[in-house]
Design a protein around this ligand. Structure first.
Ligand SMILES: *Cc1c(COP(=O)(O)O)cnc(C)c1O
Length: 406
């Protein structure tokens, strides 16, 4: 059973991105017409109220098209300070060989792949995405294909899909630059983490683990490097709650050095368009520092309590099954699910999600990413928002029930 499917997330991303940019465009129009006097709500921070941009309660999690996470205040403060002073910082506090700050996990995938292709050869660095005379293939399991593998293909390589261990062995050749693994799909492919690393080592081919959304737990920040992956990428703006335009690329020293050579501030490089400012680098540094320090057990307990508060409100709705779950990997935090007979209630999950999105305040939930049912998580909610979310869902389901009976 697939816990989530990238094709469906991707479709949803495109649909929702359309909605979001539409909202922003409409807001910009309004701004010009009314000299910035947009209508805010109680929940709308001033700047968004002024722009007339509608904000939402995020009951869904760390989704980039919903602007990811909210930075720890420590991070935004450090970024503010960094924007006033010039800093040169090297982040290496995770007990891994080397680290750099790319523009996000996708930037890390691009630079990591480029590093495997070019090493620190300036001619090759300038030549990408033309891979003439270099290795030209990256191996990936079929079940690990996802929209973000575009960042691999940006370097000019061809993806070679495999299914079984046997296929993997015969796909590897002197053309293979790298073996990419999608951490979130670790239970969906026939080849697991350890075997992937082992085969890479046997053939002397660098292995890459894309673990973008995969903290918590904290230990993941070094687990995969310790396991033997040569490169590991995380998003800065997901579980780490650092800057949205930053990430972590962790790995072997020679590869990280090559990745840096393929990046900004160098000019004739494939990574130049993925610029990261000193504010993001400092912000990322502080996010990691903070993440290493916070009480993860207490944070988990608080999420559980808030899920419990929603559960209490929603268990009283007749005909609706309410329960809890924690996704095994990626967004590994407490979730609440709701399941009902859509025919009987005359309300689909999608319709319920739409009502939540269009209501006041706007609320984003997970409608079909998990088999358990429509889901919400307090992971990215501000304190107290869980009660607003639960009351609104209760009202919508209650109304559907009354209508279905009359
Ligand atoms: C979010 C995500 C990315 C992209 O991460 P950014 O930090 O937004 O660049 C890449 N891979 C996976 C699996 C993701 O979930």
């Amino acid at each position: 059973m697939a816990l989530f499917s990238f094709p469906s997330s991707r479709r949803k991303f495109l649909e929702t991105a359309g909605v979001v940019s539409g909202t922003v465009a409409a807001a910009a129009g309004r701004l010009m017409a009314s000299a910035g006097l947009g209508k805010g709500t109680m929940n709308t921070p001033d700047i968004y109220a002024r722009l007339g941009v509608r904000t939402h309660i995020n009951a869904k999690g760390t989704y980039t098209y919903l602007t990811g996470s909210l930075m720890f205040p420590e991070v935004s403060q450090a970024m503010e300070e960094a924007s006033r002073h010039f800093f040169y910082l090297v982040a290496q506090m995770l007990g891994v060989e080397a680290a750099m700050v790319p523009s996000g996990a996708a930037g890390g995938i691009l630079l990591g792949t480029a590093a495997c292709l070019t090493g620190n050869d300036p001619k090759r660095i300038a030549q990408l995405p033309d891979v003439t005379g270099m290795k030209s293939e990256v191996v990936i399991q079929k079940t690990h294909r996802n929209p973000f593998d575009h960042a691999i293909r940006n370097t000019g390589v061809r993806l070679v899909e495999v299914d079984t261990s046997g296929e993997l062995e015969s796909a590897l050749s002197e053309k293979t630059a790298m073996m990419y693994f999608l951490n979130a799909a670790q239970h969906q492919g026939k080849i697991g983490l350890e075997e992937w690393v082992e085969v890479g080592k046997k053939h002397g081919i660098p292995t890459f683990n894309d673990a973008a959304a995969d903290v918590p737990p904290l230990s993941h920040l070094s687990d995969y490097n310790k396991m033997g992956f040569d490169l590991v990428a995380f998003s800065g703006g997901k579980g780490l709650r650092g800057p949205q335009c930053a990430g972590l690329l962790l790995g072997r020293k020679h590869l990280i050095e090559a990745a840096i050579l393929n990046d900004c501030p160098y000019e004739d490089t494939i990574g130049r368009p993925c610029k990261v400012g000193k504010e993001e680098i400092v912000g990322m540094f502080v996010a990691v520092e903070h993440y290493l320090r916070i009480d993860h057990e207490a944070e988990w307990k608080e999420w559980e309590q808030r899920v419990g508060a929603m559960e209490k409100i929603l268990t009283s709705v007749t005909g609706v099954e309410v329960g809890r779950f924690v996704p095994d990997v990626a967004n590994h935090v407490p979730h609440l699910y709701l399941k009902w007979d859509e025919g009987k209630l005359g309300l689909s999950k999608a319709e319920c999600a739409k009502k939540l999105r269009e209501g006041e305040p706007s609320i984003e939930v997970l409608e079909d990413d998990y088999p358990q049912g429509m889901s919400v998580t307090p992971f990215m909610m501000k304190r107290g928002e869980e009660l607003i979310v639960a009351q609104r869902i209760k009202a919508i389901l209650g109304q559907a029930r009354r209508q279905a009976r009359s």
